[in-house]
Every structure is written in C-alpha cells, then in structure tokens.
Design a protein around this ligand. Sequence first.
Ligand SMILES: [Zn+2]
Ligand SMILES: [Zn+2]
Length: 163
Amino acid sequence: MQPTTLEPDRSPRASSSSLAITGHCLCGAVTITVAGKHDPRVGACHCRMCQRWSGGLFLCFTADASAVTIEGETKRYRSSPFAERAFCPRCGSHLWFNDVEETGEPHSYELMPGLFDAARGWPLRSEIYVDRAMACVQLRGDHRRKSRAEYEAENPFLEGDIE
Ligand SMILES: [Zn+2]
Ligand SMILES: [Zn+2]
C-alpha cells in the first residue's frame, strides 16, 4: 500500500466521498456516473408530492453537479416552480430531483440511491415530512427527523405540499 497523506476536510458536509460510482435505470438505457463529491448518505421525504412520484417513499443522495455524468435519453417533469424530477422515458425509473437554477445548469443533483449498487449499504441521513408518512412506512434509527411545519419554516420558498 502507498503511504497516504491526510488532507484537511474542506467539505461543508459531515460526510462526503469522491470515489467514482456508477448506476443505471431498470432497462439500462440511462447510466449515471458520479465521479467527484457526493454525500454517501440517504435522505428520505414523505411529502405528498414525493409519495405520488415514488409510489410511497422518496429516497435520494446529494452529488455536486460537476461530479455527475448522465448518458442516455432522459425526461424531466417540472413538479414545482423551483424543481424538476427526471425519469427514463423507456422504463420509467426515477433518476433524480433537482432545483431549477435561474442560470440554467443545476448546482447539485438529488440522485435515486437504488440506481447505484454502491449505495446499498449507505446509512439514512435524515427524514422530512415525517408527519405525512404513510402508516406502513416507519424508518428506524436516530437520524434527524423534521415534520412538515418544521421543514417549511426553514425553507420559506416552498409553497407547501399538495393535499
Ligand atoms: Zn430505463
Ligand atoms: Zn418530498
């Protein structure tokens, strides 16, 4: 083994990783490579929009846009004035959620962890809209939890969840 030099951690997150990982949709038409900064922890959202989109529970992890390469055709749905959700037009697999930037390109992606084999062992980072969770979905652990009211108070640009 090579001796390793210990670099100071300049990342703003408690946990980040720069190992390259690759994922793909169910049919294989879309491949996503993350070669750069990403947070190897999963966030969960129980808002009604995410429940309708995902079928129950929305899971994601954050990657810097500069680290993400997407190959294959994708479709995007503008789910709110500030956000888009992308999917494979062939098999329907969900690919990512991201904020729509005024300047064009997004700064980061909230990628679906299920596309990536490497993400199967990642821990849960946080859970939001916990008071809207479906009765059958209970996530164990001591991760951060926020209710709809707590999350929307911290993110005033949100126009509220759908009913
Ligand atoms: Zn596909
Ligand atoms: Zn949501």
